[in-house]
Structures are given as C-alpha cells and as structure tokens.
Design a protein around this ligand. Structure first.
Ligand code: GTP
Ligand code: SPV
Ligand code: MN
Length: 595
C-alpha cells in the first residue's frame, strides 16, 4: 500500500537506511488489521509462527535459544564523553560505535523486506506523546509494535511536513544469500548484538536481536532510555513504572505508580483484584510512566504504550485473572509451550500440566532433564484495551494525577513488606538504594542481588548520579503536591524458602494502608529505615496468615540493615561528585539511626 509521506527528513532517512541495509523491498506500515493479518499469514507460512487453534487470532513464536531476553551487557549509552553515560551504563564513543555498527548494517537486510513503522508513544493527541519511526526487517517486530504502540497512517498524518520523530533502526542481523532458506528466528551471535542509544541525537540503533526490549524499540529504548534523557532536559519524568487507580469504598480515587525491576511484579500489581471489601483497582499502565507537572502543580502520568508485553510463567486465573482475560484473543505468545490441542501453556498456569506438549525449544515435553516447558522469560503481547479492568481514563491525553510512588524489589531477606519514607528526600534515598535479585528478563545469572535504583539500572539514558539529582529537582518543583513515597517487598521468604506474604490480590491490603497513611487515618511505627505499619493497622481481615509470618514481614533487623551499609557505600561511591549531596546526607542519617 502507498502512504503519502510529506516529511522530507523522514523520506531522506528511510532512503539512507535503504542504501546502507540493501533490503529486497521496502514496506511502509499503515497499521491496519489487513496488514497485521497478511504479515502473520506470512510468518505462519514460513514456519516462524504457529496459529493457535484454541485462541482467536493468536500466534506463538519461539525464538532462537540464544535470543530470549534483553542483553544488558550489549546495551550502550553513547555520549561523546563517558562521564555523561555514567558508571551504570556501557559506553563506546559515538564515532567508534557508529563505525562498528555501520559495517554490521551494511547489506544486513539482503533477501529481506525493510518495514518502516510510524508509531506514537502515548495517545496521538496527548501533549506528552512522542513519535518514533522504527525501521526493522522483522515481521515479529512489526506485529508486536502494532499491539504495543499506536502505528500507521494516523501517525504519519500527525507528523506532517515538519514534525519531529525519533529514528529507531533495527535489524535482526541475518542477511540471506540468494536462494538461502530463512530460519524460524533469525538473529546474530551475542558478540555482534548491539543495543545502542545516542541520546544527544535522540537516535536508536539496534542490531542482532529480535527479542522484546532489544527489538521493540518504542519500549525500553525510546520510552525509557531516550525519553529519560529528554525528560531531564525538559523537566519531566520517564520511569519504569506501572500506573493504577485505586478507588476506596467511599469513592475516593488514588493514583499510584510503582517502580519494580523487570519481572518483579508491575504487571501483576497494575491489574490486581483487591481482596478487601469495597476497594476497586483499575489499570492505566503496566510498565512505563511518562509524568509531567500539570497546571495545578500536581504530577500527571500517561502510559506511553498501548499493550502489555507481560511475563507469562506464573500468570494464572489464581494469580492474575485480569491478565488471563486480556490474553484470550488477538495475542502474540513468545517462547511458551504448545499443547496438543493447539493452545499455549507455561509453568504456573491453572490446572494440571498437560501430559504432553511441544516445549519452547520445539522438543517433546516433559523432557528427561525436567526442563521447563516455557522459557522463564516467555511473554504475551496483548492489547491493553482487552484488559477488563483497564481504567476508563487510560488514554486521557493529560494523564492521571499521581498520589503515591511505590518502589520495591525482590528480596528474600532483610527488606520488610512495606516502609513509608519520612519525607521526599528520604524517599529518593529509598529509590536510589533499591535492591533486587536478578531475574530472567535479562540474559545473565538469575537470583544475584544488585542495586537497581528506581528499577532504572538497565534503562537510565544518562549518568545515574544526575538522574538522582533530577528526582530532587522534580520534588522541589512539586513541593507539598509531590506524591508520597513507599517501599515494598512482596518477596520475603521464610527460613525454609516459602513466600511469607501471599502477594498478588492480597497486596491491596498494603495499598490500602498507604492510602490511609496519606489521609492520616492510620498509625505507623518509626524505625531506623522508615515508617512501618503496626500489625493492627494493616487490614488482614479474612486473610489466613500466621501471626509469626506477619511479625517477620514487618520486622526491621537492625543488624541485617547495618550489614547493608558497605554495599550502599560502594554503590554511591561509583558516582563520585555526581552523587547529590542530599543523598549523602540521607545516607549519613540512616547510619546514625542504625547506631
Ligand atoms: P517486566 O515486564 O519484566 O518489567 O516485569 P513486571 O515487573 O511486570 O513483573 P510481573 O508482574 O510480570 O511479575 C513477574 C513474576 O513475578 C511473575 O512470575 C509473577 O507471577 C511474580 N509475581 C508478581 N507479583 C507477585 C507477588 O505479589 N508475589 C509473588 N510471590 N510473586 C509475584
Ligand atoms: C523488562 O525487562 O523490564 C520488560 C521486558 O518489560 S522487555 O521489553 O524485554 O524489556
Ligand atoms: Mn519492564
């Protein structure tokens, strides 16, 4: 199909990329259902995808076993000087990185079609939205972008003649020689993968991976790494946060954002079904929040995405019924198992496991080696509009006003169930020192404890020390309209390795306590690390939980907290003089309180 493109800058860029990558064909994506269906039909025909008999208009893709998650050690933030990328990002100078990548890009789309995807992050008419153009040679990417972002003609129209866009170049890095047969999931070997960002130029270049955040460039690359750098320059915030609306029995609305690291519970919390009487939860977004100060001085958040790219394993009617309802149809599944009756399956789904399935590697399952049927980072891609509890205001151009920021991570020990910051500065300290055990969302070891400040360690597009300062600056501008800050840990375990807290819908009890705190309706105990609920102030009505477990969940082990000090010290030391003085002060005050 032909689209009328009047933006000369866009035409010129597409032309340049075509010259460099030498695809067989160029296809401008119009974002239509017809386009989606035709591309999916092609993916099925070539053996890249399976159409599921059991779910309407839904497909399963299985990736190459080497290409199953984000690759943080191949992700680069490229400024002319390394200090601007900071100690938490990989860095290569722009000239050098571009030279390396240009030689990889040269001829890289041979034998393939080059797709041009005009997309909007955020509702097209939102003043907070941004336009990106992704060029890719992957059908999987085009179809996922159709769901995750707003794609097509309407974006080209909005862009007009002179509009600005963020260029996002992607290739799977697997050119085809004449007559060469394609593989189901083309990609390049690890040492040739590059996920590169040039924040000074608002430019993204990704090569060699077809998976998730490496390839769907609107998500982590644009909406977090590039957007965080823009947000700092322009005075707003781009955060790795879910957004939800909680309504109390009396009808009062609270808007809450939560920053937890990858695979640490954002999607689940965003769609939670409260287990406490009369409270209602609605989902605005499950992964990313863009937030600006509104005319009334409060902070407003939009979800820049239009779909969920959610962790599949562990998702069930029991744990996350709203996600299960969202993925009934029109969904792309990646690295899940295929059942004999033509549906998907993963570990932790309701009911008993199938007797036989084809696992994500394409092998008969169960295997002798008892490997999981679905990859631990298997995902579903579903339209947000299919979520039964999507908030009626989820596409409101100006966003929703935020009352509460929640930070957190996955910690088997030390960190209590919930902890309220003494004030905004202390809250920034809690965010800056957030820690979590690593998960399968990145390729690398799982279960290693690391600092993941504001859940942004893999996603901050500039020096993290400056990012901390930006948080203080935003807090200063918001003043007494700043959201209140809490820290949670759903993942504390007993000595024998059980979850101490039931989690999921029961997390509503903790959210309720937060709302009551801001209404000054409930008590807290002052501890060295922050304000904790008394056992009686948490609503535990109807919950079967051992008194000892609750005690353990709300226990502040001063000895264990003292043992955290050297690691916080090391974490802060890496920022040198870019560490805000106010964080240093907070750290000193914590040490004083722990004495
Ligand atoms: P990304 O999409 O990678 O950013 O992850 P996310 O933060 O959205 O995590 P998600 O909600 O998908 O949860 C990841 C895993 O943690 C899933 O296997 C969930 O079942 C599990 N999980 C989520 N919430 C809870 C909880 O409250 N308690 C426990 N024990 N597990 C949880
Ligand atoms: C994450 O890892 O935080 C994700 C999945 O949301 S990905 O899109 O692959 O980054
Ligand atoms: Mn995420």
């Amino acid at each position: 199909m032909e689209m009328i493109v009047k933006n000369e800058k866009l035409k010129k860029w597409v032309n340049e990329i075509e010259q460099m990558c030498t695809p067989d064909k160029v296809h401008w994506c119009d974002g239509s259902k017809k386009e989606y269906n035709e591309l999916m039909a092609q993916a099925v025909k070539s053996g890249s995808a399976v159409k599921l008999k059991k779910r309407k208009n839904s497909f399963l893709f299985c990736s190459h076993p080497s290409d199953v998650a984000r690759v943080e050690n191949r992700t680069y933030i490229s400024y002319p000087s390394q200090i601007d990328a900071g100690p938490t990002n990989n860095w290569v100078a722009p000239d050098e990185l571009k030279a390396t990548m240009k030689s990889l890009y040269s001829g890289c789309m041979k034998g393939r079609t080059m797709y041009v995807i005009p997309f909007s992050m955020g509702p097209i008419d939102s003043p907070i939205a941004k336009i990106g153009i992704e060029i890719t040679d992957s059908i999987y990417v085009v179809c996922n972008m159709h769901i995750m972002t707003r794609v097509g003609k309407k974006v080209i129209k909005k862009l007009g003649k002179e509009g600005e866009f963020i260029p996002c170049l992607h290739s799977v890095g697997a050119p085809l020689a004449k007559g060469q047969k394609d593989v189901p999931w083309p990609c390049a070997p690890m040492e040739k993968k590059y996920i590169s960002h040039f924040p000074d130029e608002n430019l993204i270049w990704s090569y060699g991976s077809g998976y998730g955040g490496n390839a769907l460039l609107g998500k982590k690359c644009l909406a977090l790494r590039i957007a965080s750098a823009i947000a700092r320059r322009e005075g707003w915030m781009a955060e790795h946060m879910l957004i939800l609306r909680l309504t109390s029995p009396s009808g009062k609305q609270y808007h809450i954002t939560g920053a937890f690291p990858s695979a640490c519970g954002k999607t689940n919390l965003a769609m939670l079904q409260p287990t406490i009487d009369g409270w209602k939860c609605e989902c605005v977004g499950d992964d990313i929040a863009w937030m600006k100060i509104g005319p009334d001085g409060r902070l407003y958040a939009i979800n820049p995405e239009s779909g969920f790219f959610g962790v599949a394993p562990g998702t069930s009617y029991d744990s996350n019924p709203m996600a299960m309802e969202s993925i009934k149809e029109n969904t792309i599944f990646t690295n899940c198992a295929l059942t004999d009756d033509g549906d998907i399956w993963w570990e932790g789904m309701d009911g008993s496991p199938p007797k036989h399935a084809i696992d994500w590697k394409g092998l008969d399952w169960p295997t002798e080696r008892k490997e999981p049927a679905a990859n631990p980072n298997a995902r579903f891609t579903a339209p947000a509009s299919q979520c039964p509890v999507i908030c009626p205001d989820w596409e409101k151009p100006e966003g929703v006003p935020i009352d509460i920021f929640v930070f957190g991570g996955r910690r088997a020990g030390v960190v209590p169930l919930v902890n309220e910051a003494f004030n905004f500065d202390h809250g920034v300290f809690l965010g800056a020192t957030a820690s979590s055990e690593t998960t399968a969302a990145n390729i690398g070891a799982v279960g290693n404890l690391r600092r993941d400040p504001f859940a942004m360690q893999p996603f901050c597009g500039y020096n993290m020390g400056d990012y901390f300062q930006h948080w203080f600056d935003m807090g200063d501008r918001l003043g007494d309209k700043a959201p209140r800050i809490f820290y949670v840990n759903w993942f504390r375990k007993s000595q024998d390795g059980r979850w101490l807290w039931p989690g999921f819908g029961e997390n509503s009890r903790v959210l309720k306590w937060m709302c009551e705190r801001i209404e000054e309706k409930t008590e807290a105990v002052k501890t060295p690390i922050g304000l904790l609920p008394t056992i009686d102030s948490l609503d535990l009505k109807g919950l079967k939980i051992d008194k000892q477990d609750i005690k353990a969940l709300l226990h502040v082990d001063v000895e264990a907290w003292r043992a955290e000090i050297p690691d916080i010290e090391k974490h802060f030391a890496q920022f040198g003089d870019r560490l805000p003085e106010r964080l240093r002060k907070q750290f000193e005050a914590l040490q004083e309180r722990l004495k």
